[in-house]
Design a protein around this ligand. Structure first.
Ligand code: SAH
Length: 402
């Protein structure tokens, strides 16, 4: 998922409801649908799913949002100056490093947009210089806001080019005065000339340094860098479906591959004997371990590893599992990983995908291995963009001699 989104000016709600009349549409490039009605967007996504996945199984009607606006709980703004030297915040114009100034966006959380505008307004009086990518001079590069949908907790991440942040205590005080709803403020240091938003090092300026959110009855800790779905309303529907499709019973050993902060595995653990989570990102694994503790869940273990390498090792060691839940990034899974699913004799595979093209490729390989797709359910997690999320149930139908 791209970090930028279609921004609109003025009264976002009114315009949004009329079908997304966004003045920044052509400059920003975050949204791919403009004046299309929401129903039409869903129809097009459904058609795309049917074309790609219809050959494997039935494609059920895509589940859309009741209110498809302001759903993003993670908002990123680049800090820059315009030609006249005025401080601006906004998004990179698609495919460039030019910043399109924007104040509000029809798909972003409105409070997050408000906070970004407040911070921008404070920079001058606190003499905080904006970072210039060409001269590498200045301090503040990006502002990132994350919000817990169910808890209302808000994290502000100030990405700076150097660790020195003059009068940071007063800055924090002043920001909290305007927005007492902010629960934590983090300074992230990203000094490198890279296109990555976040650097490695962080200092907590206020609060606990992370936020928590509630999803499907569990509490999740989210730090600045960990992956967490950006649309919690739809995510809850998607995860509930995924877990019900897995038909997990008390004696089952479940693998949650590409597990992020452990969301799906921890929710599934309540029905399973044991859950094993595997994830590449070190910070996400730390959060996953903390999440297990936070929810007092004892039958889950998390490993930091490449999912393919990890599962291959499990298969070599003769380990078995009943259910594999898989939720890979846009590039999809690998043949090595799918080969190992077959070897550990998983009877059910629930595949959550954010890219129907790589899903199709992977389904073909699963089919070769004897896995039959039983159905495909689409969930619209990203209204006004062309992204579409799906969940597929597969069961093993080959002969069990492996
Ligand atoms: N299931 C989680 C995260 C899904 S996003 C959730 O719903 O929140 C995909 C995750 O795969 C990311 O956390 C990413 O860090 C991780 N990832 C990417 N490549 C990986 C690999 N080769 N092996 C294991 N995890 C990987």
């Amino acid at each position: 998922m791209r970090e930028k989104a279609g921004k609109i000016e003025g009264d976002s709600n009114k315009k949004g409801k009329q079908g997304g009349v966004c003045k920044k549409f052509w400059e920003c490039g975050g949204c791919e649908y403009k004046q299309d009605s929401y129903k039409r967007q869903l129809k097009e996504k459904q058609k795309r799913l049917e074309e790609l996945i219809g050959g494997f199984c039935e494609v059920h009607p895509i589940v859309g949002m009741e209110n498809p606006f302001h759903y993003r709980n993670k908002v990123h703004a680049v800090v820059d100056r315009d030609k006249k030297g005025n401080v601006i915040t906004g998004v990179y114009k698609a495919g460039t490093h030019m910043v399109v100034p924007v104040d509000s966006c029809m798909i972003e959380d409105e409070k997050a947009d408000e906070i970004i505008v407040t911070i921008r307004g404070m920079l001058k009086s606190f003499k905080i210089k904006t970072y210039d990518e060409d001269t590498e001079y200045g301090l503040l590069r990006h502002i990132l806001i994350r919000k817990g949908f169910a808890t209302g907790e808000i994290m502000v991440v100030l990405v700076t080019a150097s660790p020195v942040f003059p009068s940071k205590n007063n800055f924090v005080k002043a920001l909290l005065k305007v927005h007492p709803e902010i629960t934590t403020i983090v300074q992230n240091i990203n000094g490198r000339g890279t296109s990555m938003v976040l650097g490695e090092k962080e200092h907590i300026l206020y609060g606990k340094g992370y936020i928590e959110d509630r999803l499907c009855g569990c509490i999740f800790r989210i730090s600045s860098k960990s992956f967490y779905q950006v649309n919690p309303v739809q995510t809850e529907k998607l995860y509930k479906k995924a877990i019900s499709l897995a038909q997990i019973s008390e004696g089952d050993r479940v693998i949650d591959a590409y597990c992020g902060v452990g969301t799906i595995g921890l929710i599934a653990s309540k029905q399973a004997k044991e859950v094993i989570g595997v994830e590449l990102n070190r910070d996400a694994v730390k959060d996953a371990v903390a999440n297990a503790k936070r929810n007092d869940i004892k039958n889950v273990r998390f490993y930091q590893a490449d999912a393919g390498v990890f599962l291959t090792k499990m298969a070599e060691d003769g380990e078995k599992a009943d259910v594999v839940l898989i939720d890979p990034p846009r590039s999809g899974s690998t043949q090595e990983f799918i080969d190992s699913i077959f070897k550990i004799e998983a009877g059910r595979v629930v595949y959550i995908s954010c890219n129907p093209e790589t899903l199709k490729r992977d389904l073909e390989y699963f089919k070769k291995k004897g896995y039959k797709a039983e159905g495909c359910w689409g969930y619209d997690l990203f209204p006004f963009t062309s992204h579409v999320e799906t969940v597929i149930l597969m069961t093993y139908c080959g002969n069990k001699k492996k």
